[in-house]
Structure formats: C-alpha cells, structure tokens
Write a protein of this length. Structure first.
Length: 172
C-alpha cells in the first residue's frame, strides 16, 4: 500500500491549539481521514482494529460525549520540583521513543526508562548521541545511523541545542 504523505506539523499545530473536548473532536476528525487510515494500515498492517467499536476506547468516547476528563494513570510521574516541557524536546529533535520506548509495541503502557536526574543529565551533556532529524521525532522505528555522532553534531548546531546542565534548567 502506498501511504499518502501526512503533514505532521499541521496535525501537531491543530491538536495543540485544541482544548478539552475540541482536542478529542480534532483527533476524531483526523482519525476519519483517508490519509490517516492509510497511514495506520500501512504502519501497522497486522493490527488494524475497528477503532470505532474497540471496547478499550469506550472511556475516550464517553469523555467526548460528556465532556468529562478521562482519569489517567500516570506512567511517568516526575516530582513536583522538576520542570519538564515536552515541546522543547520535540522541537529540538528528541524522539518520543528515546525516553518512552517503543510505545507502538506496548499492548499496555509501561515505564521504559527511569527518567532519574542522572539519566536526563546524560542526554543533556551529550545531545548529539540522541537527537534525530525533526521529521523523525514521531517515528517509533527510527534507528540512529552509523554516523549518529556526526549527524548529531550537525543537528545540535542547526537546532541551536545547548548542553543545559545547570540546576535551574529543570529545578525551578
């Protein structure tokens, strides 16, 4: 199957601008597009369930119908004294799987990495080892190339990535 190109930037901008029930409405509209259906079928050929009737998604549908928030069980809970912002990491080229693991292969979400301070500092000290091209941030199957350190140094320069290890970076 030849998957149509998805503009992840437009999708991200639309979802980021939506609030509460509008987020779910935007997500539902996206899921109904032919491009997204083709993307899912191409990306996960062996498991393309009927999402409209999947029992596991009933809490999501109920939330959309009632406007009430879903009660989430946090997998990664950082202490209150830690400041963390996903968007800066995504915009600089840190892939989701770098921290969260291959969530596309997790039948139920689990904690892949400790996210302890030392783990984070290691990346902050050596970002060239972990960054990837921005168009690959959401690619769960991304494999760093053999020349990752060379590519990483280039991306660090292009994306103006600083090696931020001062306490104030995360503790505010």
């Amino acid at each position: 199957m030849n998957t149509p190109s998805l503009d992840l930037g437009k999708i991200r901008a639309r979802l980021e601008s939506a609030q509460g029930p509008l987020y779910w409405k935007s997500l539902e509209e996206l899921a109904d597009t032919e491009e997204f259906q083709a993307f899912v079928a191409d990306e996960f050929p062996d498991r393309t369930p009927d999402w409209n009737n999947a029992a596991i998604l009933e809490p999501v549908r109920a939330s959309y119908r009632t406007g009430e928030s879903i009660e989430w069980t946090r997998v990664n809970a950082l202490p209150d004294f830690v400041y963390f912002n996903h968007s800066i990491h995504i915009n600089k080229g840190v892939g989701c799987a770098t921290c969260h693991g291959r969530v596309d292969q997790m039948p139920l979400m689990y904690k892949e990495n400790t996210l302890y301070m030392n783990w984070c500092i290691n990346c902050h000290r050596n970002p060239e080892k972990y960054v990837r091209p921005r168009d690959q941030v959401f690619n769960m199957a991304y494999e760093p190339p053999a020349n990752q350190e060379e590519l990483g140094r280039k991306l660090v320069a292009e994306n103006h990535i600083q090696s931020l290890t001062d306490c104030y970076t995360c503790h505010r």
